[in-house]
Design a protein around this ligand. Structure first.
Ligand code: GAR
Length: 203
């Protein structure tokens, strides 16, 4: 059983997708703790409803490494093996990333390396690409640059707005994140350089 910690900053629909996938047995693990840097994140409510410990660790006004040390200690004291960034809107420093090397996953609403950074859906829409999507990747010391684990494409329709496109990307995010977590839980992800290789399922 994989012990998962989820970091959020907002509404937490990806967190909900993870909780639901655990509930259906599609992730052989459990979410031990949800941590938000924002006290008003709706995802905290989702965690509590699911009986999961929900912590607020404010980032504001703190040195980055002080904030990250608090988060790391909260995760480690609960035995977290995999850290999932589910709409966590802070860039982590090398200090935190090294402490959880190859054990942090992020979901990004574009097909990386296209459209890294903020508002990836809006960037893709404004650029006029015909296909975008979502990416789950391991977090390295860059912004949205780590080894790719799962990607799901989403077609851009002629009548899309940035909002309708974001909505369809989000649906795919909810499939992609649990899938990536389960690959990790099954020990099927092997990172070599900038690639995450998906090993075949053991029989
Ligand atoms: C998701 O679309 C996620 O991909 C994005 O924030 C949203 C969070 O939604 N993350 C990033 O843009 C990270 N750079 P949620 O709180 O409903 O899961």
């Amino acid at each position: 059983m994989l012990t998962i910690g989820v970091l959020i900053s907002g509404k937490g629909s990806n967190l909900q997708a993870i909780i639901d996938a655990v509930g259906r047995g599609e992730i052989t693990g459990r979410v031990a703790v949800v941590i938000s840097n924002k006290a008003d994140a709706y995802g905290l409510e989702r965690a509590r409803k699911a009986g999961i410990e929900a912590l607020v660790i404010p980032s504001r006004g703190k040195e980055r490494t002080d904030f990250e040390r608090e988060v790391a200690e909260a995760l480690e004291s609960r035995g977290v093996e995999l850290v999932c960034l589910a709409g966590f809107m802070r860039v982590l420093t090398p200090y935190f990333i090294r402490r959880f090397k190859h054990r942090i996953m992020n979901i990004h609403p574009a097909l990386l390396p296209s459209f890294p950074g903020e508002d990836a859906q809006g960037q893709a829409f404004a650029y006029g690409v015909k296909v975008t999507g979502c990416t789950v990747h391991f977090v390295d010391e860059g912004v949205d640059t780590g080894p790719v684990i799962v990607q799901i494409p989403v077609e851009v329709r002629e009548d899309d707005t940035a909002d309708t496109l974001s909505g369809r990307i989000l649906e795919q995010e909810h499939r992609a994140f649990p899938r990536a977590i389960q690959l990790f839980a099954e020990g099927r992800l092997q990172v070599t350089g900038r690639k995450a290789r998906v090993l075949p399922a053991r029989r």
